[in-house]
Write a protein that binds this ligand. Structure first.
Ligand code: GDP
Ligand code: MG
Length: 362
């Protein structure tokens, strides 16, 4: 401080003493104290605005309303084990595959789009509640609608309640699919009765929870369910801006022997192009090969579109947020910074734990 003020150390220390601060030559003083001293010694003080790499690199600006266009809804299916989540997803997926797309359903990329009434719906095929929770823990708000599957012959079960709680906490719309209505012991009314205990009052009874009786086995009610998804999406008026750098979430990722790290990404805003530099959690790379859910190579992907990409240096984690960025060098710096921060955080946790252990032993 003394050298910046072109003063002697003794002068600065004297001024500090005058302020009641007893400081030695190499002591750290806070900004407010330093600025009082400096101003008293005739200098002008301004606080430097520190811009982090994160802020320089990642465009988090709001979209202008006139740039926004409609986007399709992102849906996840949740419910108790064996209530028919997988069967329902399979049924929806098969129903949407037209004869011209022969073999198009062999591809599994953890997320896919189907068409209903000429409108697109994106389904996330998350392996259970854990992935959903992991995504939420990372701050990723990926879904617009949860289809809650409840078996009509079994009713609300512990994981049903868990799913309701997740959806409510995430502020996501719930549509109830009362499944297995083809079964002789199916009792949809009992399910609706139980739902009211969780503040989900069926529309049929004057509430605002849409309940769709379906059978994943016979296909009954599936069209109606998809219609309801479109209806809820329309009311929600979902929008995104395709004319900006892509941002979204890693749905799943793995290491492929031949192709290296392969990641399924859901683009949530902007448009992702092949060749784009992206940063995903703790890894960075160029989008090398990008394929859609039908396995076709594509060069760009807009909002609500799931794609599989290669080209990342490492395997990101499911739930990581990804951003397309302009400056590759800065992106690499940011990844190093994030890795460093993570190590430091781990070290802090470790220290905390050992201190706790220490106290509990006394
Ligand atoms: P998940 O654990 O929620 O993914 O449930 P699955 O989709 O694996 O289904 C569990 C079992 O219920 C399987 O044996 C399915 O064949 C059966 N199942 C699913 N949906 C229906 C349905 O609508 N009707 C009948 N009768 N069985 C169903
Ligand atoms: Mg399943």
């Amino acid at each position: 401080l003394a050298s910046r003020l072109k003063a002697t150390v003794t002068d600065v220390i004297k001024k500090l003493m005058g302020l009641g601060v007893m400081a030695a030559q190499n002591q750290v003083i806070d900004f407010d104290t330093a600025s009082i001293v400096a101003e008293e010694m005739g200098a002008k003080v301004e606080k430097e605005v520190v811009v982090t790499i994160e802020e320089r690199l990642i465009d988090d600006s709001e979209d202008n309303a006139d740039e926004l266009v409609s986007r399709s809804p992102v849906v996840v299916v949740m419910g108790h084990v064996d209530h028919g989540k997988t069967s329902l997803l399979d049924r929806i997926r098969h129903a949407s595959v037209t004869a011209t797309e022969a073999g198009g359903i062999t591809q599994h990329i953890g997320a896919y789009t189907v068409e209903a009434d000429g409108k697109q719906i994106t389904f996330l095929d998350t392996p259970g509640h854990e992935a959903f929770t992991a995504m939420r823990a990372r701050g990723a708000a990926v879904t617009d609608i949860v289809i809650l599957v409840v078996a009509a012959d079994d009713g609300i079960m512990p994981q049903t309640v868990e799913a309701i709680n997740h959806a409510k906490a995430a502020n996501v719309q719930i549509i109830v699919a009362i499944n297995k209505i083809d079964k002789p012991h199916a009792n949809p009314d009992k399910v609706m009765q139980e739902l009211t205990e969780y503040n989900l009052v069926p529309e049929q009874w004057g509430g605002d929870t849409i309940c769709c009786p379906v059978s994943a086995v016979t296909g009954e009610g599936i069209d109606n369910l998809l219609e309801m998804v479109n209806l809820v999406a329309e009311v929600a008026d979902l929008k995104a801006n395709p004319n900006r750098l892509a941002k979204g979430t890693v749905v799943e990722a793995r290491l492929d022997k031949g192709r290296g790290p392969v990641a399924t990404l859901l683009v949530q805003n902007g448009t992702l192009h092949s060749g784009d530099v992206i940063i995903a959690g703790m890894t960075v790379g160029h989008v090398r090969v990008m394929t859609n859910d039908k396995g076709a190579v594509v060069n760009e992907a807009g909002p609500s579109t799931p794609v599989e990409i290669t080209g990342l240096a490492e395997v990101p984690a499911a739930g990581d947020i990804f951003n397309a960025v302009e400056d590759e060098r800065l992106a690499r710096e940011l990844v190093e910074q994030r890795k460093f921060d993570q190590k430091e955080e781990q070290f802090k946790q470790y220290q905390k734990v050992t201190l706790d252990n220490l106290f509990s032993q006394i």
